[in-house]
Design a protein around this ligand. Structure first.
Ligand SMILES: NC(=O)c1ccc[n+]([C@@H]2O[C@H](COP(=O)([O-])OP(=O)(O)OC[C@H]3O[C@@H](n4cnc5c(N)ncnc54)[C@H](OP(=O)(O)O)[C@@H]3O)[C@@H](O)[C@H]2O)c1
Length: 206
């Protein structure tokens, strides 16, 4: 399917997990249709690589701005500062794509409590917290195309053995997205949880 290179002109998307996999691919796809981008993750070198890949595909006439922001999703104080910085730099946020994710797998009895807490924080708590910070700005923006998108998983619909914690976080985020959709219908902001099956990224093929 081909989209106009002006589809997201004058729109700004905040993408978490932009340093790798689905988040990186999404950033490149949105750069192709003229979106300004706030690329967020912990690894600044990998974020720079995403930035360079995006620059290569920006339409010639586009005035899109693309910047990187370092953030550990586990740090809510830092998250507040980064969101304010992004809002100031781009003069608003229109689209939030929650792609940061922790792929904790294996025998539940062998997962440590620290691993479990990290997975729940990154896949669920931090995404709800980030949405809480960003959503008022999206509602305020009044742009034509506004959305909050979550990378859930097929494990957010069906529970498979050896992904018990991961499946619980993805069921949680799918439920959150569905409820939020009803909550904010009258604002015109779309909410969507995507439930991919296996996608060949560093999460599943290190
Ligand atoms: N690949 C699949 O088969 C598949 C299937 C269904 C759903 N999904 C979901 O799709 C999303 C993207 O996964 P992917 O396959 O693209 O994986 P990936 O290539 O491993 O990317 C994961 C991203 O999450 C970021 N991240 C992880 N922990 C973080 C933290 N504490 N703070 C900030 N950023 C953090 C990583 O960035 P840094 O390391 O730079 O921080 C990286 O950019 C995830 O939510 C995943 O659960 C994937």
């Amino acid at each position: 399917m081909e989209f106009s290179s002006k589809l997201l002109d004058n729109h700004t998307a905040l993408i978490t997990g932009a340093s790798s996999g689905i988040g990186k691919a999404t950033a490149i796809a949105l750069a192709q249709v003229g979106s300004s981008l706030a690329l967020v993750s912990r690894n600044t070198e990998k974020l720079k690589a995403t930035l360079e890949a995006c620059k290569k595909v920006i339409p010639k006439e586009s005035k899109a701005k693309i910047l990187t922001f370092q953030l550990n999703m586990e740090d809510q104080e830092e998250m507040k500062k980064v969101v304010e910085e992004i809002d100031k730099e781009f003069n608003g946020i229109d689209i939030l794509i929650n792609s940061a994710g922790n792929g904790l797998m294996g025998d539940f009895m062998k997962n440590t409590l620290s691993e479990i807490n990290e997975a729940i924080t990154v896949n669920l708590v931090s995404q709800i917290a980030l949405t809480h910070l960003v959503l008022p700005k999206i509602v305020e923006s009044k742009k034509e195309k506004r959305a909050v998108i979550f990378l859930s998983s097929v494990a957010g619909r069906h529970a498979f053995p050896f992904v018990s914690v991961y499946a619980s976080t993805k069921h949680g985020i799918s439920g959150f997205a569905e409820a939020l959709f009803g909550n904010i219908q009258d604002t015109g902001v779309k909410v969507c949880a995507v439930n991919p099956g296996f996608v060949r990224t560093p999460m599943v093929v290190p």
